[in-house]
Write a protein that binds this ligand. Structure first.
Ligand code: UDP
Ligand code: MG
Length: 318
């Protein structure tokens, strides 16, 4: 095997409390990987690319400091906060220029970085994509676990294929990343696209640990927005559901007509007040929800058509 290069891509938003520790730990792991010549992994060079997603704390200062200490640490700084997914895309886009395999991992190392050597071995064995899969989420709150589970189920019902309990901790080969970057959508829900890429895939399982320091950068509001983005960017099933709902409502309405006619014949017309109110509110509700869902897709279309850049890079440290 010729020399291969591994790049670990880390999105970081306000991670001053944790970044230095995490990077040191990842450098250690990379050194272990490089030292593992015996197992057919000879000649691995490795570096780290931190994408500072417009942090407001000292994150970028720390990136510069880490880069000074060790030129294997590279950095990329956004002009403002664009979000976790754009940060990942930017990191992959930059790193794929030189790397043969790329690993993405959160800055808080909640996803076990000690599994990276295993991922690299699977890559050496021919896998293009290696998923990190959580086999234990005890460290996440009950709320997060339950909502995540419900969410994956819903997506599954809507016909979206996702790898359960996998987030954005994964290894990808150069060609897998290049294929991913060929997907032009502005609003990309990366973990929903990866299973569409094809290629040979593998998985490593790990236990998700609690955040060592700092707090989650995904408050509830951001989580909901992210989840909704996932659904609407991966499937048009909600629009189809509207059609079904509309059809059911129409059938019900026909029943109502028949009912009203019978009442009329029997001379009991005043009686209809409650059914009138119920159906009016029901139909109004169905229509408003439908409009909302359609509006959401039109909104998405508008974003895609505008074709604005996904992110703006302010500085690159290489
Ligand atoms: N992150 C980011 N931009 C954001 C929010 C989060 O780059 O707008 C990064 C964050 O620094 C971390 C990763 O995305 O490296 C995952 O965030 P976090 O650990 O807070 O999410 P959680 O594990 O709580 O779901
Ligand atoms: Mg985290």
């Amino acid at each position: 095997m010729n020399t291969q290069k591994l790049t670990i891509v880390i999105p970081a938003y306000n991670e001053e409390e944790i970044l230095v520790n995490s990077v040191h730990r990842l450098i250690d792991i990379e050194d272990q990987i490089a030292a593992k010549e015996a197992q057919g992994l000879q000649g691995i060079r490795a570096d780290i690319l931190i994408v500072d997603d417009g942090s407001k704390d000292r994150t970028w200062e720390l990136v510069e400091q880490l880069h000074q200490e060790n030129s294997r640490v590279k950095g990329l700084r956004f002009s403002r906060n664009f979000g976790h997914q754009p940060a990942l895309i930017a990191g992959l886009n930059e790193a794929v220029k030189t790397a043969d395999m790329l690993v993405t991992i959160d800055a808080d190392l909640q996803d076990d970085p000690d599994k990276i050597p295993e991922m690299v071995e699977l890559y050496a064995g021919g896998d293009d994509i290696v998923y990190g899969v959580r086999n234990n989420r005890d460290s996440d709150s009950w709320f997060k676990r339950t909502t995540a589970q419900g969410y994956y189920r819903t997506l599954h019902m809507l016909g979206v294929e996702l790898v359960p309990n996998h987030a954005d901790f994964r290894l990808m080969s150069k060609r897998a990343v290049q294929t991913l970057l060929d997907y032009p959508e502005r609003n990309m829900f990366i973990r929903g696209i990866i299973p569409k890429l094809g290629f040979k895939t593998g998985r490593v399982e790990y236990k998700r640990t609690p955040r060592m320091a700092g707090e989650s950068k995904y408050p509830l509001k951001k989580m909901i927005a992210f989840a909704w983005d996932g659904i609407t960017s991966l499937t048009i099933a909600p629009v189809r559901l509207i059609l079904i709902l509309g059809t059911i409502a129409c059938l019900l309405a026909m029943g109502m007509v028949a009912y009203a006619v019978i009442l009329k014949i029997l001379g009991l017309t005043v009686h209809g007040w409650s059914s009138l109110m119920v159906s009016m509110w029901f139909m109004g509700g169905v229509q408003l929800i439908s409009l909302g869902v359609i509006g959401e897709y039109i909104g998405k279309l508008t974003t895609e058509v505008k074709d604005r850049p996904r992110y703006t890079i302010q500085t690159i440290l290489e």
